[in-house]
Design a protein around this ligand. Sequence first.
Ligand code: NAP
Length: 476
Amino acid sequence: MRMLLAGEWVDRAETIDVRDPFDNSLIDTVPSATHDDVETAMAAAFAARATARRMTTYERSRILLKTAAIVAARVEEFATTIAREGSKTIREARKEANRTVNTLTISAEEAKRLNGETIPFDSFPGGEHRRGHYERVPIGVVLAITPFNDPLNLVAHKLGPAIAGGNSVILKPATVTPLSALKLTEAFLEAGLPKDVLQTITGNGAVLGDALVADERVRMVSFTGGLEAGKRITTRAGLKKIGMELGSNSPVVVWRDADVEWAAETCVSGAFWAAGQNCIGVQRIYIHRDVYDRFRDLFVERTKAYRIGDKLDEATDMGPMITEAEAERVERWIAEAVEKGATIAAGGRRSGALVEPTVLENVPADATIHYEEVFGPTVNLYPFDELDDAIASANSADYGLHAAAFARDIEICYRLVQGLDAGSVLINDSTDYRLDSMPFGGIKGSGLGREGVKFSLQEMTEPKVVCWYLPELKKL
Ligand code: NAP
C-alpha cells in the first residue's frame, strides 16, 4: 500500500515488508518515509489547519459517521487485515473492527457536544459590565503515534476525536501493522475528509520519531505505546501537549467469597487476549489462600484447553506473538523466573512466534516477569492471607492502568476500589474490559492524560475566552 502525504498517495523506492507473524508470509509492502517526507507532512498538516478548522460541526460529524458506516460494511475485510498483519485471531479481530465502528460513531456524536460555558465576569470587583463565554477551538496539528496491538481501533481513538475537534492530523502507525491504519485512512477519504487534513506516513519510529515529535508546528503528541518510547518522546516534545497511553502490569485480587468459577473464566480470557499483547491484559493474580487451589485448578484447566495456531481459523483461541524476537524475549523471561524458583503450572514452551499460554506459580519478586510489563501470554498466580498485603503487592509495580478485584462483600469491594492504584478498578471483571467512551488511561508508568473519545476531544481542543466590555449595560 502507499502512504498519504500532502493529499497524494505516494510510493518510495525504499519499502518495508509487512509480514504475517504466524508463517512469516509477505502480505504487502509500505513506503519507508524519509526525513524529507516528515517535512512534507509537517508543512502540509500545518497548511491544512485552516481546512480542518473550517469544517462545520455538521460536516465533521457526517464524515465520521460515514467512515464508521464504511468500516461497518466491510468488517470482515478490516478484521482479516488486522488478523493477518497482527497477532489477533479472526474472532478477536472482528471485535476490534466492530469497536472501531463504535469509536468513530461516538466521535461523530461528541463533535456535536463540544460546548463551552458562560463566564460570570462580574463575580469579582473590576469585572463589572463584562459578559462573555469560552468556546472550545481546535488545537491545530495533532501528531498521532500508534502501537501494533490494536492496529485499527487505537488509530480510530486518535483520528476520531482529532477530526471531531477540527484538527489537522499526522498519523504514524506501528511499522509492523501499518495496513489497518492505511485502510482506515482510505475510508476517511472515501467518506469525504479533505485529503490534506490527514497525513498517514509509514516508517521507522526510532528513525523519524524525534523529527516528528520535536517539530513546533505540532501542538499535541498523542502517543500510545511502550514506556521506553513514551519517555523519549516526553523529553523531545518541547512546549506542546502530550497524551501518553503506555503499558501496564495489571493485577487482579480474588477475595475468598468471590465467584471463583467466573473469576477464573474471565481472567483466562483477560490474560491471553491477543496473545497477552494487551495493555490491560491480566498479568498478576493474587488469590485468597482459602480459594487458591480451586482457582488455580480451574484456571489451569481452561488454559490447557486453549487452541493456539492459525489466526484465520475460526476455532483458534490464541495466535502468535507479533514477532519471533518478542516470543524469544517472553521465553527468556519465563526461564529466568524458573531459574529463580518459579514453577510452571501450564504452558511454558515456544515454537517460532507462538508461545503457549503459560501459568506460573511461586514467582519471586525479583523476576522480571513479576515487576515488568510482560506483554505476552503469561500470568502469575500468588496466594495471600490478608487483604492489605494483597493490595500492597498489587500496587507494587511501577504501572497503574487497570486493576481488578473479585469479591461479593461490598465493604471488601470498596476497600479494593480505594486501595488499588490504577486509572480504572474493575469489580467482578478481569482487567481486560474497556468501553470506548469511558475515560481511559493510567497513573505512574502507565501514562499521562486520558483517552476515551470525549476526554481525548478535550485534550485535542483548547478553551478560547470571549469577553465583551459593555459599559452601556450600566444604563439597563
Ligand atoms: P512501541 O514500540 O513503543 O511503539 C509504539 C509506536 O511508537 C510505534 O508506532 C513506533 O514506531 C513508535 N515509536 C517507537 N520509537 C519512537 C520514538 N523514539 N519516537 C516516536 N515514535 C516512536 O510500542 P508497541 O510495541 O508498538 O506497543 C506495545 C506497547 O504499547 C505496550 O507497552 C503496551 O502496553 C502499549 N499500549 C498501551 C495502550 C494504552 O492505551 N495505554 C494501548 C495499547 C498498547 P515503530 O513501529 O516504527 O517502532
